[in-house]
Ligand binder design. Structure first.
Ligand code: GLU
Length: 416
């Protein structure tokens, strides 16, 4: 997080804002401020040069009052217990906002996957899975992809867990390849969900899709597919950014050509049909929809003042700090918070888990229809709370999610 703030403290601040409206009993509120279970593991692996390196991994199960804990695994140098705890808390609220029967979890390993070979990443994944194997399981905690992890990572996790058990356990992870029990539509699901909620927001604000000016920051799976889907629908993608820089064209970028350029050169910058600039410069460009889809804290007190857009759709988890959020609210920007806007990924993960348990698979139309139903219903539920309580969409989403979790905690009561 920029400005040295703790990510988890920032997430707790959002919980505090929701509790102003929920007024939970103190013991329940305290329970929701505290992660249920946190595991830190040492992950030793042999590197390709023969040396042995030790990485630190985490798995935090924030809450499972509503069902098994659920959440991704990320590989990134900035991974820490604070970050993973914050993301596990967000997964808890997110699953509750879209009303799927999961609690929240998150995992990660502090490493730089961009500097590791495929076989090093495979050994890292297998040893990490073994180490967290004591707490994960299809009934207790189901990992999935997140930043710098993908279908292949999930295949290795599924294989390692299955080897430990002695039989195949497809339902141990979601986001795996279709040939081993993955779900159709999972790869694009987060972006599909983001587009569904963005279209709902456009309708609500009386805006139209053609000629809509869209800027997308982050060109990983979520950012790329969001840009591509909106581009194919006729929106004008005027700006794109990745970790190395940004490109801009007021007339609209050709997303396919920009993707080819990135595949060849490793970055968006230098794309010949556009102006290259820094991410902070791109943030000051006027747009209708801004999609931050990289890491948390991307929009913060240092750059928030320059933002000129109508809607922010959070593709990443908490890319906007609470401090920046207050400024955006004053500017009248309509916020689609990550716990709603990027929930499509975990919704289709839920479908994948259900299909694995039933050993019966649905076609892509069924998946996309069910995803649309859940995302549109959730948008409307959050909007209704925002209108009724005259609060912003982020606080409204938190009110909805936290209320559902707190109800489950209260009705289950305290053990023993
Ligand atoms: N990593 C994704 C998220 O942050 C998906 C998690 C999942 O599917 O379990 O929502």
């Amino acid at each position: 997080m920029p400005n040295g703030a703790s990510f988890f403290q920032d997430v707790l601040l959002s919980l505090e804002k929701a509790n102003v409206h929920l007024k939970l009993p103190p013991a329940i509120y305290e329970r929701l401020r505290t992660p249920r279970r946190s595991l830190t593991v040492s992950v030793p692996i042999q590197m390709d040069d023969g040396s042995v390196r030790f990485f630190t991994g985490y798995r935090v199960q924030y809450d499972f009052a509503r069902g098994p804990a659920k959440g991704g695994v990320r590989y990134h140098p900035a991974v820490s217990l604070d970050e993973i705890t914050a993301l596990a808390a967000l997964m808890t609220w997110k699953c509750a906002v879209v009303d799927i029967p999961f609690g929240g979890a998150k995992g990660g390993v502090a490493c730089d996957p961009t500097r590791m070979s495929r076989s090093e990443k495979q050994r890292l994944t297998r040893r990490y899975t073994y180490e967290i194997g004591v707490i994960i399981g299809p009934e207790s905690d189901i990992p999935a992809p997140d930043v710098y992890t993908d279908e292949q990572t999930m295949a290795w996790m599924m294989d390692t867990y299955s080897m430990m058990k002695g039989y195949s356990v497809p339902s141990i992870v979601t986001g795996k390849p279709v040939c081993i029990g993955g779900s159709l539509g999972r790869t694009r699901a987060t972006s599909e969900g983001l587009v569904i909620t963005t279209l709902e927001a456009l309708k609500h604000l009386g805006l139209k899709l053609p000629d809509l000016r869209v800027t997308v920051l982050g060109f990983g799976k979520v950012g790329y597919h969001a840009a591509k889907i909106l581009y194919d629908m006729g929106a004008k993608i005027i700006g794109l950014g990745d970790s190395r820089g940004a490109i801009y064209d007021a007339r609209g970028l050709n997303v396919d050509a920009a993707t080819d350029h990135k595949k060849k050169s490793g970055e968006l910058k230098g794309f010949k049909n556009a102006e290259s600039m820094t991410i902070d410069e791109l943030l000051t460009i006027e747009s209708d929809v801004l999609v931050p889809a990289a890491l948390e804290g991307q929009i913060n007190r240092n750059n928030v003042n320059g933002i000129k857009t109508k809607i922010i759709a959070e593709g990443a988890n908490n890319p906007v700090t609470n401090e920046a959020d207050e400024v955006l609210k004053d500017k009248g920007i309509f916020m689609l918070p990550g716990v709603l806007a990027n929930a499509g990924g975990v919704v289709v993960s839920y479908f994948e888990w259900v299909q694995d348990l039933q050993r019966y698979f649905w076609n892509e139309t069924e998946i996309n229809d069910r995803l649309r139903t859940i995302m549109s219903r959730s948008f409307k539920e959050v909007l209704a709370i925002a209108s009724e309580k005259k609060i912003d969409m982020r606080t409204a989403a938190m009110v909805l999610g936290v209320k559902r979790v707190s109800e489950a905690v209260m009705v289950r009561g305290l053990y023993p």
